[in-house]
Design a protein around this ligand. Structure first.
Ligand SMILES: CC(C)(COP(=O)(O)OP(=O)(O)OC[C@H]1O[C@@H](n2cnc3c(N)ncnc32)[C@H](O)[C@@H]1OP(=O)(O)O)[C@@H](O)C(=O)NCCC(=O)NCCS
Length: 167
């Protein structure tokens, strides 16, 4: 991990810095609105920030995702968005955020995380399309990947938090 980098839970006073970093990373405000709406609706499960010398370098959010099938439903989490300040890309900030978040999620007994993103990046954390291929999802495809810790569904319909339908 980058020397002096602190990964800690999001706090209310980080909100403006998070908006700036997310907008800069994605080059637009769609993901900023997503973060604000997920939080406002109480759909955030885990939100962390990466701080270096009082400056916010990165942000990650996991929201509640449901896996619904005919006889049962299960809780999972969706990783989105992950953003690192563009001038700090490639300095392991993203890796530190993902790895810290995964440790916390495992300890909180979460079993399944799903991400829509570049397999070349998320593969390094153990996400695979194979693990997500059985889900019924509007974003089904190679970019849909999953990672499980212990027993978790491998089929069923993925129901994302409402804020995703505005994307
Ligand atoms: C994707 C992102 C979060 C990565 O954060 P980061 O702090 O730069 O990543 P790290 O330093 O931990 O990892 C860097 C490694 O990931 C690779 N990498 C970074 N972005 C990548 C991408 N989109 N696809 C594939 N590999 C990627 C780098 O080449 C580097 O590889 P190396 O370790 O073999 O040299 C950051 O680039 C970002 O904020 N991008 C814009 C927003 C975005 O696309 N978010 C993800 C949406 S799903």
């Amino acid at each position: 991990m980058k020397r002096g980098l602190v990964i800690r839970p999001f706090e209310a006073e980080d909100a403006d810095d998070v908006r700036s970093v997310v907008e800069a990373a994605f080059g637009g405000t769609d993901e900023v609105r997503l973060v604000d709406a997920l939080r406002a609706n109480g759909d955030d499960v885990l939100e962390l920030v990466a701080i270096h010398e009082q400056e916010l370098y990165g942000h990650i959010l996991f929201s509640r995702l449901r896996v619904e099938s005919r006889n049962r439903g299960a809780d999972a989490v969706a990783l989105a968005p992950l953003a690192v300040r563009p001038d700090k890309h490639g300095t392991s900030v993203g890796t530190a955020l993902v790895e810290s978040a995964h440790n916390l999620l495992k300890h909180a007994d979460e079993r399944l995380s799903v991400v829509l993103g570049d397999p070349a990046y998320y593969g390094r954390f153990g996400y695979t399309h194979a693990r997500a291929a059985g889900f019924d999802c509007q974003w089904q495809g190679e970019a849909l990947q999953a990672l499980s810790w212990g027993e978790a569904p491998d089929s069923g319909r993925l129901v994302y938090a409402d804020a995703f339908s505005a994307l």
